[in-house]
Ligand binder design. Structure first.
Ligand code: G6P
Length: 464
């Protein structure tokens, strides 16, 4: 069997709690297959150090971790700049937040070229290479330029926006053509595939062949939806472990008179966090019976702090949370607990199980694995209800959640009220159906279906 080589900007770091679904999912995948995991070390070399691109290799069980440092300039231009101030906002439909600084794209190209150069000597002839996410779209083209002939697949964890939005990117033609260096491109949802297809037909003038294949300028690639899942068994195990149990018991004690609502996110403008707080406020105004009996716990872990838009969001949120607690709170009850810290993964199942309502209400999201974790954490006899944004990729699969439009404050408040008052039997039925779907399409299904499709002899290997 060929060795699996996974490449992603972010690796799971056992010394730090992972904030983000990608690193967790790839960790779960590689734990099963073994292989090589290549990416950024998480270290930014000081300006005067010759640390840029320095390779570190270590073994973690069956997985070899090979990581490179970034220089301060590349970190600013590639990670904070092109990846998180250009691609992230544009792909999440936020042209208003994009910063089209010309220096960013140069740094992005430079780092992708550097990654390719460092990875190339580590590759074996029969490796299967699987590249992940928006930081590394041109990586296959750079590898091909160095003579890489192995099969290379790509998975995009974030949404694909409609073609006209993509076309606002100053370098969209270059960026999107570089997808043709991959043998297979995996996207999260059918909606993403539809946008990608329309872009390829309208903007690139590609020819559509059967089996999700596209051809342009003598190059060919395949595209399909492979919705990412969680490691259900592993997460269930985590839920039975003492730390999750303790968290659950402590919350039940502390909030014995309250129904808990819960949101767990990175503090990111794509997650719709202020919109959720406003809907909660509306809930308290429109359904005053919830005063003193509903509490919203909102965990928003720090993320990309130095990127401008994230600082603004933090300020906005702190203002909003303070206002709600000031207006509605009393000596013995606060409606909202806002926590701007990372909560250890071991505690997440206990937190979710204690909540009557899970609020996963992003304005746009590739998938959102917290939605799946919330469902898996529930007690099947007395399950909580998932309120899910229709704009999360997960909504395509999780139709039995209460689907909401996060821009519609009143509609969301009504859905939360429905969730809080939902009869037991309906909760059980919805939960059972969601569980079945999440179990069938777990992270191992995702890995197998993607890698089987990548191994299938469809697209020829193409030179850069
Ligand atoms: C999202 C992205 C991932 C990223 C994660 C955490 O899930 O799709 O690629 O790793 O956010 O963000 P960070 O910038 O900390 O890696």
């Amino acid at each position: 069997m060929s060795r699996l080589v996974v490449v992603s900007n972010r690796l799971a770091d056992p010394r730090k709690p992972a904030a983000g679904g990608l690193a967790v999912a790839l960790g779960d995948t590689l734990a099963r297959t073994g292989g090589l995991w290549f990416g950024w070390s998480g270290t930014v070399a000081p300006d005067d150090a010759a640390g840029d691109g320095q390779l570190h290799v270590r073994q973690a069980g069956r997985v070899t971790l090979a990581t490179v440092d970034l220089s301060a300039e590349d970190f600013a231009g590639y990670y904070q700049g092109y990846a998180n101030s250009v691609l992230w906002p544009v792909f999440h439909y936020r042209l208003d937040l994009a910063d089209f600084n010309a220096a960013y794209v140069d740094a992005y190209r430079r780092v992708n070229r550097m990654f390719a150069a460092r990875l190339m000597p580590l590759l074996r002839d029969d490796d299967t290479i699987w590249v992940h996410d928006y930081h590394l779209i041109p990586l296959a083209a750079e590898l091909r330029a160095l003579g890489c002939r192995q099969r290379i697949g790509f998975f995009l964890h974030i949404p694909v926006p409609p073609p006209l939005l993509l076309a606002a990117l100053p370098h969209h033609a270059w960026l999107m053509r570089s997808f043709f260096a991959y043998d297979l491109i995996g996207l999260q949802s059918q909606a993403d595939v539809a946008h990608f297809r329309r872009y390829m037909l309208n903007e690139v003038g590609a020819e559509e062949l059967e089996g999700g294949r596209f051809a342009a300028n003598g190059h060919e690639t395949r595209v399909g939806a492979f919705p990412i899942g969680i490691d259900v068994q592993e997460f269930e195990r985590l839920g039975q472990a003492p730390e999750a149990q303790r968290t659950h018991e402590r919350l039940l004690q502390e909030y014995s008179r309250c129904q808990l609502l819960l949101g767990i996110d990175r503090l990111d403008y794509s997650k719709g966090i202020p919109q959720r707080v406003r809907a909660f406020q509306q809930l308290l105004e429109k359904y005053p019976e919830n005063e003193r009996s509903a509490t919203l716990i909102m965990i928003a872990s720090p993320s990309r702090d130095d990127v401008h838009a994230y600082g603004d969001l933090r300020q906005e949120l702190e203002g909003l949370c303070g206002a709600i607690n000031g207006d509605f709170g009393d000596l013995d009850w606060m409606p909202l607990r806002y926590i701007h810290r990372v909560v250890a993964r071991r505690r997440v199942p206990g937190l979710c199980r204690a909540a009557r309502v899970g609020l996963v209400t992003p304005l746009r999201d590739g998938m959102n694995l917290v939605a799946k974790e919330f469902v898996v954490s529930q007690d099947a006899q007395d399950p909580g209800v998932l309120v899910l944004s229709r704009f999360a990729g997960a909504a395509e699969q999780l139709q039995e959640a209460l689907l909401v439009n996060p821009y519609d404050t009143e509609g969301m408040a009504d859905a939360i009220q429905t969730a809080l008052t939902m009869p037991l039997e309906e909760r059980q039925q919805r939960h059972a159906r969601l569980m079945q779907r999440i179990r069938e399409h777990d992270v191992h299904w995702w890995r197998r279906s993607f890698l089987d499709a990548l191994a299938a002899p469809a697209a020829q290997l193409l030179p850069a």
